[in-house]
Design a protein around this ligand. Structure first.
Ligand code: FE
Length: 205
């Protein structure tokens, strides 16, 4: 089996947001799809390690912003490569560049570098082991710009950090472009930037 075949699937990229109590939070996902149109339902899949996951499980509501292809690497760093458990993703000076706005469901959504947003109300949860799939009725949504949506392929080709030629042999993180210099990548290595594990590294050269 060639596992790399899954890289030929086309994916978008999305900022998924949730609110619980006085905490607003968000993360990046690449799995959001419209699954039915009557009623209009969305499916999202979220890693259980994400705080946003627990907030959606507890509150049953979320917003999702469709990232457009003008989004800078900083958007992915801000929402994707750190946890809301130990950092603030909203309410800080650096978060305002992403133009957070409240939707009618009381949850923030990112309106900068996004061409649309949708609000979802969870109607079903499916436990997938590392992730939960939430099926949600779409309760609101709007188009924010006419810029093209960013695909995961575009992100890999144009947005993530370009690996500089390593002086020695090395390994590059497929998710964020971080380079580990050395012949052997430790099995338990965790990327210092995006926190993905050794399985997401490719040997350079
Ligand atoms: Fe990484």
């Amino acid at each position: 089996m060639n596992k790399n075949s899954v890289y030929k699937l086309s994916y978008g990229l999305f900022v998924l947001t949730a609110s619980e109590g006085d905490k607003d939070n968000g993360c990046i996902i690449n799995t959001c799809a419209q699954v039915t149109s009557d009623p209009m339902q969305l499916a999202i899949t979220v890693n259980k390690a994400n705080l946003t996951h627990d907030m959606i499980k507890n509150t049953g509501v979320f917003n999702v912003s469709v990232i457009d292809n003008t989004a800078p690497f900083e958007l992915f760093k801000h929402f994707g490569f750190r946890s809301g458990r130990d950092s603030m993703k909203f309410g800080t000076a650096d978060s305002y560049r992403f133009a957070p706005k409240y939707a009618d469901n009381g949850v923030l959504y990112v309106s900068a570098y996004a061409n649309a947003f949708m609000s979802g109300k969870v109607v079903k949860e499916i436990d997938l082991g590392t992730h939960t799939m939430f099926i949600a009725e779409m309760t609101d949504g709007d188009i924010l710009s006419d810029k093209p949506s960013m695909t995961y392929e575009y992100y890999h080709a144009n947005v993530k950090q370009k690996p500089a030629a390593p002086k020695k042999s090395g390994w590059v993180c497929r998710i964020c472009g971080y380079i580990y210099e050395g012949d052997v990548l430790p099995e338990d290595f965790v990327c210092p930037i995006c926190k993905h594990g050794a399985e997401d590294f490719d040997k350079l050269g």
